[in-house]
Ligand binder design. Structure first.
Ligand SMILES: [Zn+2]
Ligand SMILES: [Zn+2]
Length: 421
């Protein structure tokens, strides 16, 4: 039979690496706890329209990268490509603003799906974590979001950070900027790439983050959102920078930074680390004061960030080796009579928190001890005919080879005390 392999762009996470993944998730959850954010788990698929409206029809994600399927009921469903639109949908649907009050502070961890060309470090099923706040318009909250991200990456062992920062304005001042941008570029339209020519018509702000060099040169010279901020947006941006300085975070203004999603307003940022070389981006985010309205809710400010967990894993892997599975007791019944007692005993040991594996291997003692060795068991616990008769067990220290008989009634106590050493 032909073997079936996993789809392109997916990966199997095996032990002991899966332990590092757990550790990464715990680091994120610990920070959620410390900053007092609650974990939200939304479905892995949503109605396709959520992303068309919430992320933006003209974004790369929605136009090229979504896993969309029609289910048996004829509904268009999409495997979630990012988390913010899902969390915002849940925030609205579950009526969190009214039932629990504002601001709502939430975080998520989980798989996301994008139909990307597989290349090093890019997966079609990848994992993201993100923090979102709904209902707080203050610039200090933008800074808190950045502080959470930096706390997490510090805990993973990163020491140096640079925050790339920009403000892309609000619905009052952005149209003024866009008009100026279009006016400036109108005579040079044919010199832009075809993507930018399309964006010029449909979503001109996205031209700013074009990766093509000729476009970049032209857009460096063109007007930037920061030059057109209204008074409120300016004040917000300046107060936010003050907070970052107070926190001791170094930042640089990046006038062409817009991020690939449509829902951002005012603050957009990326956190990079000079320790990481070319692929140095750790996470990105910003404010999305219009998103809840776009999804049919009342005006509700929002701010958040998301980070890729595969990238975070690379950092974690550089700083520590994964811990292998540990085995305290390898329990070896010798002879058919011993099995039923051994099963019950193994159960009791595990319930007492002792990492116990029971051998169902019918081979002789020396073969079994070899297995115990290979598994790096700290102790082998032997239950043979003799021991069965006497109500005892033989406890063997696998490192020293030292053996002693312990009584069955005291087995938990004896093993706990030797393990504690
Ligand atoms: Zn504004
Ligand atoms: Zn371009």
């Amino acid at each position: 039979m032909e073997r079936i392999s996993a789809p392109r762009g997916t990966q199997d996470i095996l032990p002991p690496d899966s332990n590092l993944w757990t550790q990464l998730e715990e680091t994120i959850r610990h920070n959620g706890e410390r900053f007092v954010y609650g974990e939200i788990r939304t479905p892995i698929f949503e109605h396709s329209e959520l992303f068309a409206r919430g992320v933006g029809q003209d974004t790369d994600i929605v136009s090229k990268e979504m896993y969309t399927l029609i289910d048996r009921g004829g509904r268009s469903l999409t495997l979630r490509p990012e988390g913010t639109a899902c969390v915002a949908r849940a925030f609205l649907q579950q009526n969190l603003a009214n039932l629990r009050g504002l601001p709502q502070k939430l975080f998520y961890i989980g798989p996301m799906f994008r139909y990307e060309r597989p290349q090093a470090g890019r997966y079609r099923q990848h994992h993201q974590f993100g923090f979102e706040v709904f209902g707080d318009p203050q610039p200090e909250m933008d800074a808190e979001i950045i502080a959470i991200a930096i706390s997490i990456f510090r805990a993973l062992g990163i020491r140096q950070f640079e925050v790339d920062l920009n403000s892309i304005g609000c619905r009052e001042c952005r149209p003024v900027f866009l008009a100026a941008l279009k006016k400036e570029l109108a005579p040079h339209l044919m010199e832009l790439c075809t993507d930018c020519q399309r964006r010029y018509q449909q979503n001109p702000i996205r031209m700013l983050d074009c990766k093509k060099e000729t476009c970049q040169q032209m857009l460096d010279q063109a007007p930037h959102p920061v030059d057109f901020l209204c008074l409120q947006c300016q004040t917000h941006f300046i107060r936010m920078q003050k907070c970052l300085s107070a926190l001791g975070f170094s930042f640089r203004l990046s006038p062409r930074l817009v991020r690939g999603l449509d829902y951002y307003t005012r603050t957009v940022f990326e956190i990079v680390s000079p320790e990481l070389g070319a692929q140095n981006a750790l996470c990105g985010g910003g404010r999305y004061d219009d998103l809840i309205e776009i999804l049919g809710g009342p005006p509700t400010p929002g701010v958040g960030f998301a980070g890729g967990m595969e990238r975070a894993m690379l950092i974690l892997q550089e700083n520590q080796a994964p811990e292998p599975l540990r085995l305290d007791v390898y329990l070896v019944p010798l002879g058919e009579e011993a099995y039923s007692q051994a099963m019950l005993l193994a159960m009791r040991l595990r319930e007492a928190g002792i990492r116990t594996e029971l051998s169902y291997d019918r081979r002789g003692l020396s073969a079994q001890l070899k297995v115990a060795n290979r598994k790096h068991a700290r102790f082998a616990l032997l239950l043979g005919e003799q021991e069965l008769k006497e109500g005892s067990l033989l406890l063997r220290n696998m490192e020293s080879g030292e053996q002693r008989t312990i009584s069955k009634s005291e087995v938990l106590q004896s093993i706990s005390s030797v393990l504690a050493v």
